[in-house]
Ligand binder design. Structure first.
Ligand code: PBG
Length: 328
């Protein structure tokens, strides 16, 4: 069939027709909302490079999470800024650490909310690396024991899921083993399986106060130039027990998402990271783009590429829009 018999524009004539032939949908159920928690009371510190995002204390976090849940968003992903940092990030697995307290309070306040704990040491270490530093290197095997303890402490506090974002080798297996041994066989692992060493994490490092004090993360996060390696990372994490695999960042890695969708059958999460969010906010503040439109276009593109779940700082705004307009 070709022109003039076929005219692609026939099915684009109005919104009702476009709705009928739409191939991809963004649903509120697809969204995961990242939230930052720090010690204190009544805290709501704006994160300057991420307009509309805040560091909360446990009390204000619960209020925020209630709003998130009331919009229909099923899950939050928690990051902690501890009261003190040290060489090995011991606050990361403290029973009374800030995230563990937040998990307990959220668990009580909003029983149906899915609480996901981010598992990584960079917010908790004095040097800001995602693992234990020996000499000038991040020591893989010493780190995975600590990560497993951290994951266990989240599960004990009542988390529904853990999400290791550190990119150490073998950490999914180590976490699965400890969780299973301690009676948490039912807690899924959402693994940041293909996480790239990206410049787009800049604003997050302000939000989580987690910038590395020396060097960079290129010895553990992936080279942005590599795609086949991402398939290897995903395969390994699945073999070690990942239940959901993640690609991160999202927008500039849609090819990776699409390949993972073709090669694997587990649910895929994509993390639309802080830099992706900040770019949209900045351009929109300058009046250069239509924020709502660009936001929805980005989110539906991530789904079109093959992601099932989208972790995004736009979660609340997108959920509001989906409710008002009845879908993308
Ligand atoms: C922790 C972590 C990072 C992000 C999520 N978990 C930062 C990093 O690896 O430097 C980035 C999220 C974002 O930019 O929104 N390792």
């Amino acid at each position: 069939m070709k022109f003039p018999v076929y005219r692609a524009r026939r099915l684009r004539r109005n919104e009702t027709l476009r709705r009928m032939v739409r191939e991809t949908f963004l649903r509120v159920d697809d969204l995961i909302c990242p939230l930052f928690v720090r010690p204190g009371k009544g805290v709501k510190n704006p994160i300057l490079s991420m307009p509309g995002q805040f560091q909360f204390s446990v009390d204000t976090l619960v209020q925020e999470a209630q709003k998130v849940y009331d919009l229909g968003i099923p899950a939050v992903l928690l990051f902690g800024i501890p009261k003190a940092k040290d060489e090995i990030g011991s606050e990361a697995y403290a029973r009374d650490g800030v995230v563990q307290k937040a998990i307990r309070s959220l668990r009580d306040a909003i029983p149906e909310l899915i609480i996901i704990g981010d598992i990584c040491l960079c917010e908790y270490t004095s040097h800001g690396h995602c693992g234990v530093v020996k000499g000038n290197e991040v020591d893989n095997d010493a780190t995975i024991d600590i990560l497993a303890r951290m994951a266990l402490s989240h599960a004990e506090a009542g988390a529904d899921m853990v999400a290791p974002s550190d990119m150490m080798d073998g950490r999914v297996g180590a976490i699965r083993k400890v969780l299973d041994e301690q009676g948490f066989t039912h807690i899924p692992i959402m693994s940041y399986a293909a996480k790239y060493a990206s410049g787009f994490y800049g604003p997050f490092r302000e939000a989580a106060e987690s910038a590395p004090q020396f060097g960079d993360r290129k010895s553990y996060q992936m080279d942005p130039a590599n795609a086949r390696e991402a398939m290897r990372e995903i395969r390994l994490d699945i073999e070690e027990g990942a239940d959901i695999v993640m690609v991160k960042p999202a927008l500039f890695y849609l090819d990776i998402i699409s390949r993972v969708r073709m090669e694997f059958d587990l649910p895929i999460a994509a993390y639309s990271v802080s830099g992706e969010f900040a770019m949209v906010k900045a351009a929109s503040q300058l009046g250069w783009i239509d924020e709502e439109r660009v936001m929805m276009e980005i989110l539906v593109s991530i789904k079109r590429a093959g992601a099932d779940l989208v972790i995004t700082y736009f979660a609340k705004e997108a959920a509001k829009l989906l409710r008002e307009k009845g879908g993308y």
